[in-house]
Design a protein around this ligand. Structure first.
Ligand code: GAR
Length: 188
């Protein structure tokens, strides 16, 4: 049984999808052993509702140091599911190949510091892009620069707004995230 730690900062619909696809065996032979949030958010409540151990560590300078102490020894994978703090170089090196993130655009486009959540969708619409999507990638010290595991695309129509694009991209995320988690876990 593989052990996954999930980090969240927001509503946690991707966390819920991970939990649900573990239950339905789309993610094979795994469990979420811990959910950590860097702020009060509904993601923590979702963990609580599912009986999953959860903890809030306030975001800030020593977040990664404190987080490291909480990660169980037997952890196979750390999954950033709508997580907004930037991990330190030390942390990224210590868990190299064991941390993945989901990003709501087709990296390397529309990534990097400041590119998160609705900021990404606003920028994509402003740039009059014809496609966007979601990317699951390994986390390295360079923000949104690690090796890509899976991407899913959506077409953008003239009528799309940042909000409608966000909704389309969430659907793609729910599709590719469990698949990417399986790919990574099976290579361990
Ligand atoms: C997701 O769209 C995810 O790609 C994005 O935050 C949203 C979280 O939604 N992540 C980032 O922007 C990270 N840079 P959720 O809380 O409903 O899963």
């Amino acid at each position: 049984m593989k052990n996954i730690v999930v980090l969240v900062s927001g509503g946690g619909t991707n966390l819920q999808r991970i939990i649900d696809t573990i239950k339905s065996n789309e993610i094979v032979n795994a469990q979420v052993s811990l959910v950590v949030a860097d702020r009060d958010c509904y993601g923590l409540q979702r963990a609580e509702n599912e009986g999953i151990k959860n903890k809030m560590i306030p975001r800030g300078k020593n977040f990664c140091e404190l987080l490291e102490k909480e990660i169980p020894e037997n952890t196979d994978l750390i999954v950033l599911a709508g997580f907004l703090s930037i991990m330190t170089q030390d942390f990224c090196q210590k868990f190299e190949g064991k941390i993945i993130n989901i990003h709501p655009a087709l990296l390397p486009k529309f990534g990097g510091k400041g590119m998160w959540g609705m900021h990404v969708h606003n920028a994509v619409i402003a740039a009059e892009e014809k496609t966007s999507g979601a990317t699951v990638h390994f986390v390295t010290a360079g923000v949104d620069e690690g090796e890509i595991i899976l991407q899913g695309k959506v077409d953008i129509s003239e009528n799309d707004t940042p909000e409608s694009l966000a909704e389309k991209i969430h659907s793609v995320e729910y599709d590719i995230f469990p698949k990417a988690i399986n790919i990574v876990l099976q290579n361990k």
